[in-house]
Ligand binder design. Structure first.
Ligand code: PMP
Length: 459
């Protein structure tokens, strides 16, 4: 490991000069950031030498585990050969070409074309422009509106944050942009009331049809959704939800954009969540696991039909300097090879996913846990003071979740909270022993949270 300044010096400089994403800067400056200096497999080490289990794969991205030397070597070799070359103006290069061909082979259905970006946010911005341009090319320029869902996360740029349904994001910076409508999310535990999950799933899907009728089918361009809402709290829809949504999209000539930024590249036990949930996207957003987070790269996988229509219509006036960046593309390709040759995805589907599922579901015995759910290697715990009623805590939403997150950190487990849901998404390489350790630490965090709630009268 390379030498670094002391933790105190790092924290002081960080507080003085570094504005962090999604962070209360004043609170962070008081506390000082935890500075991570090393990664290895599912483990992270901080600047004080403490090792913690990374239950979140970074930000849901390090699918093959931290710091594989193979990828470092691929990046170094590509930098020596061709560190940068653009993909505009009728030029291309071998890494962007090879990765595009590989993605076309892996992606479901007829998604045989990729438009590269450096992130999921950028890819979703591409999607907004692409679907509107597509309908215009088809002689239907009035088909502009994109329908998304409340509590969805599609990114932080102006376009992608507008597509998302996070109220706190829309409250800042005059969002959303026009031309985006939203329906409810299939979050049965929280919003299902007395309905069965199946009935609730259908009811939430039918909101799409109602929205189409309200807006006018001739004005609706597309529906966008994550197969499983990730940042919204790992919300796994009832089985009835997706078949109904798919049928509605087909009946009303809507494009289906499936945002696979989290669910792609093995997370749900298949290459893509679209395969797990039997979806037929017209466009698929990819990022994160595409390179396992080793380089910033994302993209939009695009159907033959859309690529053909847009391709026949002259320039699509859109692109990023780093679309198909050679080093990022070379690293992504090597990452896909590791996922494939090490059989990591069947392993999630048949072995480590079900193993996590069994052990995680055991946490439902804990007095604070109302429901423990998994889908492949993404998992959520719904915390509640009253399991029978699926009740919320008297404290503001998120207060209890944050206590539990802090107790997880104190026990050297990176587990995130979304409101009062605790979530994990560990690297696909996690072993059974590491899953056991993760569960032990999560259980300890829950016990300590329970004790704090009792001491402070929050429960
Ligand atoms: N879509 C989804 C479903 C995501 O989870 C995220 C990031 N968490 C994004 C888009 C945005 O990706 P990025 O942060 O790479 O811009």
């Amino acid at each position: 490991m390379r030498a670094h300044p002391s933790t105190t010096d790092l924290q002081a400089q960080d507080a003085a000069h570094h504005m962090h994403p999604f962070t209360d800067e004043a609170a962070l400056a008081q506390k000082g950031a935890r500075v991570i200096v090393k990664g290895e497999g599912v483990w992270l080490t901080d600047s004080d030498g403490r090792r913690m289990l990374d239950g979140m794969s970074g930000l849901w991205c390090v699918n093959i585990g931290h710091c594989r030397a193979e990828l470092a070597e691929v990046a170094a070799a590509q930098m020596r050969d061709l560190a940068f070359s653009n993909t505009f103006f009728q030029t291309s290069h071998p890494p962007a070409i090879a990765l595009a061909a590989k993605l076309a082979e892996l992606a479901p259905g007829n998604l045989n074309h990729v438009f590269y970006s450096s992130s999921g946010s950028e890819a979703n911005d591409t999607n907004i422009r692409l679907v509107r341009h597509y309908w215009a090319c088809r002689g239907k320029p009035q088909k502009q509106v994109i329908i998304s869902r409340k509590n969805a996360y599609h990114g932080s740029t102006v376009g992608s944050a507008s597509l998302g349904g996070m109220a706190a994001m829309h409250a800042q910076g005059a969002l959303p942009i026009p031309g985006i409508a939203r329906i409810g999310q299939p979050h049965w535990y929280r919003e299902g009331g007395n309905m069965t999950p199946e009935d609730f799933g259908k009811a939430r899907a039918r909101e799409l049809e109602e929205a189409i009728h309200r807006i006018g089918p001739d004005s609706v361009a597309a529906f966008i959704a994550e197969p499983v809402q990730g940042a919204g709290g790992v919300i796994i829809p009832p089985d009835s939800y997706w078949p109904e949504i798919t049928a509605i999209c087909e009946a009303h000539d809507l494009l289906l954009i499936v945002d696979e930024v989290i669910t792609g590249f093995g997370r749900t036990g298949n290459w893509f969540g679209s395969q797990t949930f039997d979806l037929k996207p017209d466009i698929m957003t990819i990022a994160k696991g595409l390179s396992s987070g080793y380089m910033p790269i994302g993209g939009s996988m695009i159907s033959d039909e859309i690529a053909d229509v847009v391709g026949q219509a002259g320039d699509f006036a859109h692109g990023y300097t780093y679309s198909g960046h050679p080093v990022a593309a070379a690293v992504a390709l090597a990452n896909l090879e590791i996922l494939e040759t090490e059989n990591l995805i069947p392993r999630v589907r048949n072995h480590i996913g079900p193993y996590l599922g069994r052990t995680w579901e055991g946490l439902e015995d804990h007095p604070l846990v109302g429901r423990a759910e998994t889908c492949g290697l993404m998992a959520a715990l719904a915390l509640t003071p009253d399991k029978a009623r699926r009740a919320a805590f008297a404290a503001d939403e998120g207060v209890v979740g944050e206590i539990c997150r802090d107790r997880a950190f104190a026990n050297d487990l990176v587990m995130r909270h979304v409101g009062d849901r605790m979530i994990i998404a560990p690297p696909l390489t996690i072993t059974e022993e590491e899953v056991d350790e993760l569960i032990r630490r999560a259980c300890k965090a829950l016990d300590e949270t329970h004790a704090i709630l009792r001491q402070t009268g929050l429960m």
